[in-house]
Design a protein around this ligand. Structure first.
Ligand SMILES: O=P(O)(O)O[C@H]1O[C@H](CO)[C@@H](O)[C@H]1O
Ligand SMILES: O=c1cc[nH]c(=O)[nH]1
Length: 235
């Protein structure tokens, strides 16, 4: 039922939902990839839509930026709307020049400087990992599209503007592929409330070289990632 943050009717969401941080990317996904898309929620302009993709009922909704915002929507979608599979379709910053602008990164796991998973896991370190079935299907869909993807660790940061930029080198040394702000929180919420989760990101900037996409590109140009994701969920 409706919550303080989601004003959709009961049953308004499909079991599988694609969640970018940006609500206008959710609108773009609904308008350009779904058939019969209908807006189902708009509290705070955090837009959500349900339609079909190749005959399968599917939803998309923005999560906002950062683990605290996104965790509210992830949790309510699971516990109040029966959502079973959440796939974050985000952007990330590469921490090494081996990872290029527009590369697609699938987060098998996510490190973080956020305390949320320690709060929910009684102070211990929770290994924030993707659902293997969703991950495997996404990799297979990328192969079918003849697109190479990077699979590995992201780092979900609380601060976009970090006071500790030297950490990017430490991350690169440890094989982290990029920085986002939600994946580790999504994996923690999914584990706590019994849903499946995956994060797929397109590299929107390369931190060591300073290359970056415009906000318009981040909103409207992630078609390859969206196609892989949608084809993986109908597989
Ligand atoms: O493009 P989205 O999905 O919002 O993801 C990334 O972009 C935002 C920061 O600019 C953060 O939410 C980060 O995780
Ligand atoms: O969270 C993010 C997303 C894109 N680029 C970054 O540097 N950080």
């Amino acid at each position: 039922m409706a919550t303080p943050h989601i004003n959709a009717a009961d049953g308004a969401f499909a079991e599988t939902i694609l969640m970018p941080g940006d609500p206008l990317r959710a609108k773009y996904i609904a308008e350009n990839f779904f058939e019969n898309a209908e807006e189902v929620t708009n509290v705070r302009n955090m837009l959500g839509y349900t339609g079909t993709y190749k005959g399968m009922r599917i939803s998309t909704m923005g999560s906002g930026m950062g683990i605290p915002s996104a965790s509210i929507y992830y949790k309510e979608l699971i516990t109040e709307y029966g959502v079973k599979n959440i796939i974050r379709v985000g952007s990330c910053g590469a921490v090494s020049t081996d990872v290029k602008l527009r590369d697609i990164v699938i987060a098998q796991g996510a490190c973080t400087d956020s305390n949320v998973n320690r709060i929910r896991f009684r102070g211990y370190d929770f290994a924030a990992i993707a659902d293997f079935g969703l991950l495997e299907k996404a990799v297979n869909a990328a192969r079918a599209h003849k697109l190479s993807v990077r699979v590995g660790n992201l780092f979900s940061a609380d601060l976009f503007y970090t006071p500790e930029p030297e950490m990017f080198e430490v991350m690169a040394k440890h094989g982290v592929l990029g920085v986002d702000m939600e994946a580790a929180g999504l994996y923690g919420v999914a584990a706590e409330f019994g849903a499946k989760a995956l994060t797929i990101c397109t590299v929107s900037d390369v931190i060591p070289s300073g290359e970056k996409m415009s906000s318009d590109d981040r909103q409207n140009s992630f078609n390859e990632m969206i196609e892989i994701t949608l084809d993986s969920v109908i597989a």
